[in-house]
Design a protein around this ligand. Structure first.
Ligand code: C2E
Ligand code: MG
Ligand code: MG
Length: 503
């Protein structure tokens, strides 16, 4: 507020009109600048003529600061200081409006940090927050000054490119981002290699409105995740169809669990030396009302939601324990039951209690239950998985490392986890008679397993020749179509009563 403003306000009052001004005023008590409002109004005598003026000056600096702060909070992500989802939506709307008037395009990328949960679990929430800050900063360094990096919540970031000519521009930016993350980010002085899954959608090509563009980019990001992470995927229509189908299956799966559409099949496991049955592996199936019998690969990956996979996993183990207990009672004694756990189950802190409860309720002795876990499930959940595995061991349950050779094939896992069994993945068994490398892996894992005192099981044994070679190499147990396919309980029972399963 200048002197001229004050004079104008006073003059307005004296000429019979009210005046109001708001502005910065320099020269507060400590020489700082204030924001003040000034309201003036005329004073009139009994005859109604203006006899003077009155002015009220108020210091509204604090109120302004407060409103600014609220404004900033509403549009800022508190963890990273980046624009938040609301701010992104505003900028996206604006960008789409401008693009519609011109001929350029708008690109939106959704980025997700792979294995963020792992950082959270192993280093705690504060370190995870600092990782988010570091990732946000790194992203901002690799985009243009008109582009927006925003955090949408969780470990999800958006990059908005409001003005691109086409895909080439998008690829160039995503290349810059990818190369920007080739070096580790530092969190509390420790380097963390960050891998991002990125999904990109373009407007007007893929979507015209903001919600659609966000959705399409998210679909593409999920695709990148499903393709193993660390990659970028551009949205396309086919993806959309798959996504819709996936959503439909996912909701049907919730229903399936309650409608009794899931069933457990059992595949015999035989002792190598005599081909006598020593156990069964429980393998889930979904009897879908329209699609027929679905294999686990077609629906287990859909059940990412812990609200689905945990009760589903619990149901499978419970059903299988009850079945095998019934077989024990019917005289098929000493039969061992192997069940598979998904990564989510391995990382569930209630897992040991759940298993203890099921074992107790079914009456199956714990030593007959073997829990199969994969290396990647352990690696995904590190500390929690280790503590869970330790607790399971104390329950007296056996542990098997499934699909060995396909994941990390980590010798340290083999030696540090309290496992009883290692299962050689069927891809090696399938290839071992033709490829000497596969044969070397199979024989080495058998030898290594034995040196570590483990029970070695070969999966996917389909031919007599494979059986002979594995037996010749001292493989303890085998499982595969040669001895029996996974079968419904009733059919499996018939097979089990045959005792020796070689044709
Ligand atoms: P897995 O645990 O390695 O199970 C062995 C898979 O190999 C089964 O496939 C089985 O049907 C198949 N198989 C067995 N013998 C042969 C053979 O001689 N030749 C060939 N080509 N295949 C053979 P399936 O039942 O489709 O299961 C696939 C995977 O799904 C399983 O691999 C396991 O990781 C997962 N899975 C199965 N049931 C469950 C479950 O109840 N819970 C969870 N979390 N995962 C499950
Ligand atoms: Mg298995
Ligand atoms: Mg396996």
């Amino acid at each position: 507020m200048t002197e001229a403003d004050v004079v104008a306000a006073v003059e307005a009052a004296l000429s019979g009109e009210a005046g109001a001004f708001e502005g910065a005023f320099h020269g507060g008590r400590n020489g700082d600048s204030l924001i003040v409002t000034m309201h003036t109004s005329p004073l009139r005598g009994a005859d109604g003529a203006v006899s003077g003026g009155m002015g009220v000056i108020a210091d509204v600096t604090e109120r302004h600061r407060f409103l600014d702060r609220i404004d900033r909070l509403a549009f800022t992500d508190l963890v990273t200081g980046l624009p938040n989802r609301t701010a992104l939506d505003c900028r996206l709307q604006e960008a789409l409006g401008l693009a519609a008037l011109n001929t350029h395009k708008v690109a939106l990328a959704v980025l997700n940090i792979d294995r963020f949960r792992h950082v959270y679990d192993t280093r705690g929430g504060h370190a995870a927050d600092r990782l988010l800050v570091a990732v946000g900063t790194r992203l901002a360094q690799h985009v243009g000054e008109n582009d927006t990096v925003a955090r949408a919540g969780g470990d999800e970031f958006f990059v908005l490119l409001p003005d691109v000519c086409g895909l080439d521009d998008v690829v160039a930016v995503s290349d810059r981002i990818a190369s920007g993350f080739r070096t580790a980010v530092l969190v509390d002085g420790e380097p963390i290699h960050v891998q991002l899954s990125m999904g990109v959608a373009l407007s007007p090509d893929d979507a015209v409105d903001a919600d659609e563009l966000v959705r399409d980019a998210t679909v593409a990001m999920r695709r990148a995740k499903r393709d193993g992470g660390g990659v970028r995927r551009l949205y396309d229509r086919a993806m959309d169809a798959q996504f819709t189908e996936r959503l439909a299956l996912e909701s049907e799966l919730h229903r399936a669990l309650h409608n009794g559409e899931l069933t457990v099949h059992y595949q015999p496991q035989v002792r190598g030396s005599q081909a006598a049955v020593v156990g069964v592996e429980a393998l889930v199936r979904w009897q879908h009302p329209e699609r027929g019998l679905l294999a686990p690969a077609e629906f287990i990956p859909l059940a990412e939601d812990p609200g689905l996979i945990l009760p589903m996993g619990e149901w499978i183990i419970e059903a299988a324990c009850r079945q095998v207990k019934a077989w024990h009672d019917a005289g098929l004694a000493k039969l061992r039951l192997a069940v598979n756990l998904s990564a989510r189950q391995v990382g569930d802190d209630a897992l040991p209690e759940t298993i203890a409860r099921i074992v107790e309720a079914s009456g199956l002795e714990a030593e007959y239950l073997e829990i199969e876990i994969t290396e990647s499930a352990v690696m995904d959940n590190a500390d929690l998985a280790r503590s869970n595995v330790g607790k399971l061991k104390r329950l007296g349950v056996r542990l098997a490392l499934d699909d060995f050779g396909t994941g990390y094939s980590s010798l340290s896992l083999l030696s540090s986890l309290p496992i009883h069994t290692v299962k050689i993945d069927r891809s090696f068994v399938a290839g071992m008679l033709e490829h000497s490398r596969d044969m070397t892996i199979v024989t080495s894992v058998i030898a290594l397993g034995h040196r570590l005192g483990l029970n070695v099981v070969a999966e996917g044994v389909e031919t007599r020749e494979q059986f002979e070679v594995l037996r010749g190499n001292g493989c303890d147990e085998m499982q595969g179509y040669l001895f029996g396919r996974p079968l419904p309980a009733k059919d499996c029972e018939t097979l089990l009563r045959r005792h020796r399963l070689l044709p």
